[in-house]
Design a binder for this molecule. Structure first.
Ligand SMILES: Cc1cc2nc3c(=O)[nH]c(=O)nc-3n(C[C@H](O)[C@H](O)[C@H](O)COP(=O)(O)O)c2cc1C
Length: 435
């Protein structure tokens, strides 16, 4: 058997280790939530563990109904926060998120290229079409998924053209001749499309020649088609190994159909980790963290995602495929609603089990509640089955989960030959290309 490829591992700075009731722990450091030290500390430790990248998701709205018990999605601007982390780190990739539905492409091209300069080639862009926030941008409702993806495709094309419009070679900085740059190499892009009209060039030269990695989140049919055409990686929710394996092979064949190599697109699912020295402690950590995730909220989630109203069903009644009404016309994320339907069709869980599944209480991410050794075994299993190219770690419950992941799980994966021992290159793209 050929040796297994090395995994690509990202560390979410989201910070999931404060979510649910975890922020109430005495050592949570929650007071630092809107500063940079909390995140910098984790990014430095992730760099010490030689991870590919630190990652920040983003949203552009405040969910005030959740604010009573948690952040309600409030966060620092991800690109600004990563810029402050860039100065203190030297090797780890920095993956920021920017929405193609709300921002203008010129601003995103400039922000991400700025992060690339500030980090010496370590920036990446997580392309999202967003789930909410239309009211903050003059839109009475969210555009349809089709329109959002059509806009995302044109947006991404414009950003790439802008990055090319002032190539690094144009920068001369020749003191002797007094030539600062060669304007003949700097080109307008004169883009006129269905959504954007952008003249260019970008008012910032490109940093070096290595590409800035593009990551895409959203795995409906339209999302996959878009990812397969441009993305270096897809960040996905895959709660079980077969969902990951199916998505990975589908993405590879879609990429090949577009003349790319299957290896050009890497599947990096989110991995939610509740870790403790013993399984019993890990279970307790998970239960304590999610204790206030109310049954009512889970019932609403199931209803919104599938159209099923379970509020009067007995807890032990199985939910079957035949109970599922046709999918609601409007769902926030088709990816998440499809994952939930798929799980019901396959497992026929009881109402009680359904309401405790990661697809309902979390973001439908792959979930490990156990010891560091359990996490290693599970990751090894998914990797040897060829279901993933890596993952993005979302440690939950407490900072202890972060520590156990970086200090025990990652080194063990390295010892097994599943992860690098040291960085081979200097840029984020180098890390993603290093197998
Ligand atoms: C794993 C995952 C992560 C996502 N992260 C974000 C995010 O950080 N910010 C955001 O605005 N939207 C995020 N989204 C939403 C997607 O960009 C997209 O708008 C949504 O999933 C609808 O697309 P779909 O129909 O392909 O699922 C995420 C979606 C998925 C599946």
């Amino acid at each position: 058997m050929p040796p297994l490829k090395k995994l690509h591992i990202g560390m979410s700075l989201a910070p999931t280790w404060l979510s649910g009731d975890a922020w109430r722990r005495p050592d949570s450091g929650v007071e630092g939530l809107y500063g940079s030290d909390l995140y910098l500390d984790i990014a430095l430790r992730a760099e010490q563990a030689k991870l590919d990248f630190a990652f920040l998701p983003d949203s552009l709205f405040l969910n005030t109904t959740l604010l009573d018990s948690g952040t309600g999605f409030a966060s620092l601007d991800p690109t600004l926060l990563l810029a402050s982390i860039a100065r203190e780190t030297s090797r780890i990739g920095l993956l920021s998120t920017a929405s193609t539905t709300f921002y203008p492409p010129y601003i995103v091209a400039r922000q991400i290229q700025s992060l690339n300069w500030l980090s010496n080639g370590r920036a990446g862009w997580n392309i999202v079409t967003a789930l909410d926030g239309n009211g903050n941008f003059g839109l009475s409702e969210m555009p349809s998924p089709e329109e959002r993806y059509a806009r995302a495709a044109e947006f991404t094309e414009v950003v790439r053209l802008l990055w090319e419009s002032y190539p690094n070679e144009a920068l001369k900085l020749d003191r002797e001749s007094g030539r600062f740059a060669d304007p003949s190499l700097v080109k307008v892009i004169d883009h006129e499309g269905a959504f954007f009209s952008v003249k260019g060039p970008l008012n910032l030269p490109r940093h070096g020649r290595v590409p800035i990695p593009l990551v895409q989140a959203g795995a409906s049919d339209a999302g996959r088609a878009f990812a397969a055409s441009v993305a270096d990686a897809i960040f996905a929710s895959t709660p079980d190994r077969s969902a990951a394996g199916d998505l990975r092979s589908d993405l590879r064949s879609r990429a090949e159909a577009r003349g790319r190599r299957g290896d050009d697109i890497r599947l990096l699912p989110g991995l939610s980790l509740y870790l403790a020295p013993t399984r019993a402690e890990a279970q307790e950590l998970f239960a304590e963290t999610n204790a206030r995730t109310s049954r009512e909220r889970c019932l609403v989630t199931v209803h919104e995602m599938t159209g099923l109203d379970l509020s009067s069903w007995p807890a032990d009644r199985p939910v079957r495929a035949s109970d599922l009404p046709p999918p609601p016309e409007k769902v926030r994320s088709r990816t998440h609603s499809q994952l939930l339907r798929r799980m019901i069709e396959r497992d026929e869980p009881t109402v009680e089990d359904l309401l405790r599944r990661p697809e309902v209480i979390g973001s439908a991410h792959w979930l490990v509640v156990g010891t560091p050794a359990d996490a290693v075994a599970e990751i090894r299993d998914w990797a040897t089955a060829g279901a993933i190219d890596g993952f993005v770690a979302f440690p939950g419950g407490s900072v202890e989960s972060v520590r156990l992941f970086l200090e025990q799980v990652v080194p063990e994966l390295s010892d097994l030959g599943l992860f690098r021992k040291d960085y081979a290159g200097a840029t984020f793209f180098d890390h993603l290309s290093d197998n």
